[in-house]
Design a protein around this ligand. Structure first.
Ligand code: KG4
Ligand code: ZN
Length: 347
């Protein structure tokens, strides 16, 4: 039997993505970002993002189809992000997908954006060994997940109690006067800095936090510590060693993320791990997690950095798993759910 040919549409934040996959093979991944339009606001402006999706969707679709060299009539299904994300942004992708599905008379699958960040790795490394622990680190979410089946069973075993990891990167970048999005800029600055220059706090790692929050994260105290440190230097009329602050901040984030991910795998007796989400593109996170996972006898899978941030291929990859597992197509009147929990893989 030939593998299903699936098109995926993503529009939950500021990237308009259309991806096409056959099985676990990536055929096209067209992403149009509106990030430039948000830079001067220091964060994503929902109305601006929605309008940009409207303008970018059809051209992205055309480019993807051309790149993949397929005929739309050959598709076996259309996947689309149903949530979580920005309401107005999600609606653009959903209505595009519904229009396409009804015009082509193809099944529609409304799927979970966060599960998509996990599933994208299958395009690089093939079917996922289960169970796996997934460390999901994006701009809006930071969680540890127990993946027992990519299409049907994802359980959140811990998550952030305040800021997401990507959000912390974006906020710290702003404190340092660096542009949005902060993740890639801090990643580069940190490469030139000393990660041991300043000892920033590691949230929820103290012994008294471990009982209740062993697999949870907190980055808001870290963000405050960085801004206090920077303010104090400014007050004293001293230069800010941006590279050292970036490296020390990044070390605090990556230390906690990797320690808790490995602890979770050991606690659940799981020897496979993968990472996903925009922050999974981070060079230090990738290196430190590989080091710690391998020392603990855990097999780590890391999707290529270009597939970590939002894109349509991740939605197509997840939809492929859903189709293979015999998932029922979504109703044509499903709505967007900005708070869709990660355990709801298919809407
Ligand atoms: O997954 P994503 O593209 O969008 C959401 O679903 O939120 O993640 C975006 C986040 C932003 O906060 C961005 O700063 C962060 O991912 N990010 C990074 C890197 N590249 C993107 N954070 C750290 N290091 C990076 N190299
Ligand atoms: Zn995302």
């Amino acid at each position: 039997m030939t593998e299903p040919l699936i098109l995926g549409i993503e529009s939950s934040c500021d990237e308009t993505g259309v991806g096409i996959v056959r099985g676990n093979t990536l055929l096209a991944n067209e992403v149009a970002s509106s990030v430039e339009q948000h830079v001067r606001f220091g964060g994503v402006v929902p109305e601006v993002a929605s309008r940009a999706h409207l303008e970018a969707m059809v051209p992205a679709l055309q480019r993807a189809v051309q790149k993949a060299g397929i005929d739309l009539s050959d598709l076996d299904g259309i996947g689309v992000t149903a949530g979580p994300g920005l309401m107005g942004a999600l609606v653009v992708g959903l209505s595009s997908a519904k229009t396409l599905a009804s015009y082509l008379n193809k099944p529609l699958y409304g799927v979970n954006h966060l599960a998509g960040h996990v599933a994208v790795d299958l395009l690089d490394h093939g079917d996922l060994p289960t169970p796996s622990i997934a460390l999901l680190v994006s701009g809006g979410h930071t969680s540890l997940l127990l993946v027992e089946d990519m299409a049907t069973s994802i359980t959140e075993i811990g998550s952030t109690i305040d800021d997401a990891a990507g959000e912390a990167y974006d906020k710290v970048a702003r404190v340092l006067g660096l542009p949005y999005p902060g993740g890639p800029v801090i990643d580069r600055a940190a490469a030139e800095g000393d990660p041991t220059a300043i000892r920033f706090p590691r949230g929820l790692t103290a012994r008294h936090d471990m009982a209740e929050h062993r697999f949870d994260f907190s980055f808001s105290g870290l963000k405050t510590a960085v801004s206090r440190w920077v303010e104090a230097r400014r007050r004293d009329g001293l230069d800010i060693p941006i590279n050292d602050v970036a490296a020390s901040f990044q070390e605090a984030v990556c230390d906690v993320l990797t320690a808790k991910a490995v602890d979770a795998a050991q606690h659940y007796g799981v020897t496979n791990m993968l990472i996903g989400g925009g922050v999974a593109a981070n060079s230090r996170l990738r290196a430190l997690l590989e080091e710690r996972a391998s020392a603990a006898g855990i097999e780590l899978r890391r999707p290529r950095p270009g597939l970590c941030t939002d894109n349509g291929a991740m939605i197509a990859a997840l939809t492929t798993q859903v189709v293979r597992a015999g998932g029922r197509p979504s109703s044509m009147d499903i709505g967007a759910d900005s708070g869709l929990p990660v355990s709801t893989i298919l809407v």
